[in-house]
Design a binder for this molecule. Structure first.
Ligand SMILES: N[C@@H](CCC(=O)N[C@@H](CS)C(=O)NCC(=O)O)C(=O)O
Length: 201
C-alpha cells in the first residue's frame, strides 16, 4: 500500500499531513506551490486543488473525505469514532458545521484577499464574512466550554479538521473574544505533530 499526498504547507492539505502523522502511516509527499500546476494533480482533483491523495493508486480529494478515509482505514489508531455510533454523528456534525458555517466564509475572504485578480476582488465582503464566520466560531467556543476536545472529550480527527478552521479564523483576527476557542487553538498547536504553525488558506 502506498500513499501519495499532494500538499502545500499553508493550505488545507495540512489536515491530511497531520492525520497521516498521527496514524503513523508512511507517505510520499509531492509538495510546494508548483504542485498546483502538475498534470498529476489535475488527474486527481478536477479543479487542481489541494489537498489530493493517491492511496494504492486510487485518487481522492476534499480534506474531510481524505482525513475520514485515512482514519477509518486505520481503525486501531482510534482517531475516529466508528460509523454508526453517536460519536461519529457528532464528528460529522462538527466537520459539516465547520465547512458550511465557518470555512466557507474564511475562504471567501481569502479569495478576495489574494486569490482573485485585483480587478475581481470585492473588499466589501470582508466584514460580512467575518461576521458570519464569527457566528460559527462562537458556536464552537460554546461547545468547548469545560471540554478539552470536541468529541467524547478525547483528541480525534474532528479536532484536526475543526482546528484548521480555528487557526485560520485566528489568522483572520476574529477569535479574540472567544476564550474557550483560543485555549483550544493553543492546545492544538502544542501537540507534537501539529503542522498548523505555518498555514493560511
Ligand atoms: N473544500 C476543499 C478546499 C480545497 C481548496 O480550495 N484548496 C485550496 C488551498 S487551501 C486550493 O487548492 N486553492 C487553489 C484554487 O482555488 O485554485 C478541501 O477541504 O479540501
Amino acid at each position: 500500500m502506498t500513499i501519495t499526498l499532494y500538499e502545500f504547507a499553508p493550505t488545507r492539505s495540512a489536515r491530511v499531513r497531520w492525520t497521516l502523522l498521527e496514524l503513523g502511516v508512511p507517505f510520499e509527499s509531492i509538495a510546494g506551490q508548483e504542485v498546483f500546476a502538475l498534470p498529476a494533480l489535475a488527474e486527481i482533483h478536477p479543479m487542481s486543488k489541494l489537498p489530493a491523495l493517491r492511496d494504492d493508486g486510487r485518487p481522492l480529494f476534499e480534506s474531510a473525505a481524505i482525513c475520514n478515509w485515512l482514519a477509518d482505514s486505520h481503525p486501531d489508531a482510534g482517531l475516529i469514532a466508528p460509523s454508526g455510533t453517536w460519536a461519529r454523528a457528532l464528528h460529522d456534525q462538527w466537520t459539516a458545521f465547520t465547512l458550511a458555517e465557518v470555512e466557507a466564509n474564511l475562504w471567501h475572504t481569502a479569495r478576495n484577499l489574494f486569490i482573485y485578480s485585483e480587478e475581481e476582488r470585492v473588499p466589501a465582503v470582508y466584514e460580512q464574512n467575518a461576521k458570519e464566520a464569527k457566528r460559527g466560531l462562537a458556536v464552537l467556543d460554546g461547545a468547548l466550554a469545560g471540554k478539552t476536545w470536541l468529541v467524547e472529550d478525547r483528541f480525534s480527527v474532528t479536532d484536526i479538521f475543526v482546528g484548521y478552521a480555528v487557526a485560520w479564523g485566528h489568522m483572520q483576527g476574529i477569535t479574540a473574544d472567544l476564550p474557550h476557542l483560543s485555549a483550544y487553538g493553543e492546545r492544538l498547536l502544542a501537540r507534537r505533530l501539529c503542522p498548523y504553525g505555518a498555514m493560511g488558506g
